[in-house]
Structures are given as structure tokens and as C-alpha cells.
Design a protein around this ligand. Structure first.
Ligand code: PMV
Length: 311
């Protein structure tokens, strides 16, 4: 039996960085982009457990490879403690369509696919709480002090309103909306961006706290707008969020350029998504404006533009 399990990418709609400091944030899955684990039982029952065909291992950055291997070991360890799960005599190949270090949650998605594979293969019911816990432990290897938003949205694969140390609140989308996700092509370390924001917070606590609070207010408004089915009103909240992230020094010239291009081409709102400094940005668009905004983004240097509908 060959077993396939997968987990989706995600984007943060509003609230990144401030979420690390206890403010709420909203994230949604991007189900068209996935990480997949393919488990093949070994012919000999006593063979060792192996990872293979690891897309991430093709990275030319040795510390990225090391972190990925550590994260997988942490997944296996967490599951073995939580549900007494030994490593199977099997090989798991991990593949991912999700660009690495781009704000789309690639690390959490690969970890999620792996954790599901280990559980399913050994006959466990998929307990999303346990998978979430294991992926969160793996996220610590990649991000240092993750808020927990990435693993939550990816493991449950539904829109979430997330606040650190609070129960995850699934968000019902009253009226679907369209986003374009545009890649700057520049990889950026979320770990470094989070560390820089921490330094800024230490150097200028009052000002930085004010920015976090203002972001939290926008997230609360966005939650209401999403719940009441007026998603077009999200646009200005997203663009305001971008301005606050710029003040947190988290944007970059490439991101600024794509945000401006999207707005000039008729997007209702635009902002970076995730750790920032590179990676992806998102634009809220009316369906009849998709082609125009997509063109604007490509002309402004986006290396890839994906359309997704939030349902
Ligand atoms: O870069 P990503 O997709 O991993 O998003 C990180 C989101 C942050 O708020 C910057 C960090 C966190 O742990 O929440």
C-alpha cells in the first residue's frame, strides 16, 4: 500500500508580526498549493525509517536542510510521545509545490503532510489537535518563537481568526472573495524578520506597541467585514495594515512596488503576507479586474501570480 497525505499552503490576510505579541490575526488556506508525503512500506519489516525525494533537500543552503531534518525529527518525536507512535519500516518522500521562505507556510505544510502520514499509516484516527501540536514544535525549529498561526490554518485547512494562547476560532466566510498572490521572487527569512521586529520593540517599545495595537484593531474590523459578507470593505483594511507593516520595517522595495502596482491597476487593497522583506504579497480584487491586476503585477516584477478564492 502506498499512502498519500497532503497539507495546503496558507496566507495571512491581516495581522502578521503583531500576532507574535498577542494581537489577533486572520489566515486562510491556499488549497491549490500543497505539500505531499508519499509513504512506501519497506519490503523488509525491520528496515529503518527513511526520508527520500525530499524537495527541500535540493536547497543549496545547508542550514535550511539542517533545519528541515531537525523539524522532521521533532515531528516524529512529538508523535511518539503524544500517541506512542514508533517510526514505521517505511520510506517517506516529501514533495512540495509551495515556494520555500516566501510567506506561504511551506515548512508547516511539509511538516503537516509528514505528521498525517505517520499517523494514518499506523492506523490512528487523524486527531488534528495532535498534528497541530507536532507541527507547532517543528515550526519552532524554523521560526524560533512562532505565534502558532501557520500550523493552525494549515492543519485545520480552513480560515481562522487566531490569537495566541486562545482557542482557534474558525471563520465562516459569508461571501467569497478573490485574491491574487504575487511572488517577489526574493526569499526572506521569517526568523530574521521576527528577530528584527523584536529588536525594534525593545528599542522603541511605546511606538512599536502602538503599531501592534493598531494592527489588532484592523483585524477586529476585518473579522466583522468577513462575517457580514462585505469583503470589498477588506481592501482598505489590508492597505492600512501594509502601511503599519512598513513602519515595522517589514516591507521591502520589491513588496512596495507590487503593492503600488496592484492598487494602480484597480485592486481593492494590497499588502505583504507572512514574514515580509520578500516572499509574497496579496491583493484583493473584484473578479472582473483579475486580468488587469495580474498584468500590472507581472509588469512590476512579480515572478508568479496565483489566483485564489477564499470560501
Ligand atoms: O513567513 P510566514 O509565512 O511563516 O509567516 C509568519 C508570520 C509571523 O507573524 C511573521 C510570525 C508568526 O509566528 O506568527
Amino acid at each position: 500500500m502506498i499512502l498519500h497525505t497532503s497539507a495546503s499552503a496558507k496566507i495571512i490576510l491581516l495581522g502578521e508580526h503583531a500576532v507574535v505579541y498577542g494581537q489577533p490575526a486572520i489566515a486562510v488556506p491556499v488549497s491549490s498549493l500543497r505539500a505531499v508525503a508519499v509513504l512506501r512500506p519497506s519490503p523488509k519489516p525491520n528496515s529503518e525509517f527513511k526520508f527520500s525525494l525530499l524537495d527541500l533537500m535540493r536547497s543549496d543552503n545547508p542550514s535550511e536542510v539542517k533545519a528541515s531534518l531537525e523539524a522532521f525529527a521533532v515531528i516524529a518525536r512529538t508523535l511518539s510521545v503524544r500517541v506512542d507512535l514508533p517510526l514505521p519500516a517505511a520510506e517517506i518522500g516529501l514533495h512540495s509545490d509551495i515556494p520555500i521562505a516566501s510567506g506561504l507556510g511551506s515548512g508547516a505544510a511539509v511538516a503537516g503532510a509528514l505528521a498525517k502520514s505517520l499517523l494514518f499509516y499506523q492506523g490512528h484516527v487523524l486527531d488534528e489537535g495532535v498534528v497541530n501540536e507536532a507541527v507547532y514544535e517543528a515550526e519552532k525549529i524554523h521560526h524560533g518563537t512562532p505565534s502558532g498561526i501557520d500550523n493552525s490554518v494549515i492543519v485545520y485547512e480552513r480560515p481562522v481568526y487566531f490569537r495566541r494562547d486562545h482557542p482557534i476560532e474558525p471563520l465562516t466566510i459569508a461571501s467569497p472573495f478573490t485574491l491574487l498572490i504575487a511572488d517577489t521572487g526574493r526569499k526572506a527569512s521569517t526568523h530574521d524578520a521576527v528577530a528584527d521586529v523584536r529588536r525594534l520593540h525593545e528599542a522603541e517599545p511605546q511606538k512599536t506597541q502602538g503599531l501592534f495595537d493598531a494592527i489588532g484593531e484592523l483585524v477586529l474590523k476585518a473579522r466583522e467585514v468577513i462575517k457580514t459578507g462585505k469583503p470589498e470593505a477588506l481592501g482598505s483594511l489590508m492597505t492600512e495594515n501594509q502601511r503599519l507593516l512598513e513602519q515595522l520595517t517589514i516591507s521591502s522595495s520589491e513588496l512596495d512596488q507590487l503593492v503600488t502596482a496592484a492598487l494602480n491597476a484597480g485592486a481593492l487593497g494590497a499588502k505583504l503576507s507572512g514574514g515580509g522583506r520578500g516572499g509574497n504579497m496579496i491583493a484583493l480584487v473584484n473578479p472582473d479586474q483579475v486580468a488587469k491586476v495580474q498584468d500590472g503585477l507581472l509588469q512590476a516584477g512579480a515572478v508568479r501570480v496565483i489566483q485564489t478564492t477564499v470560501l
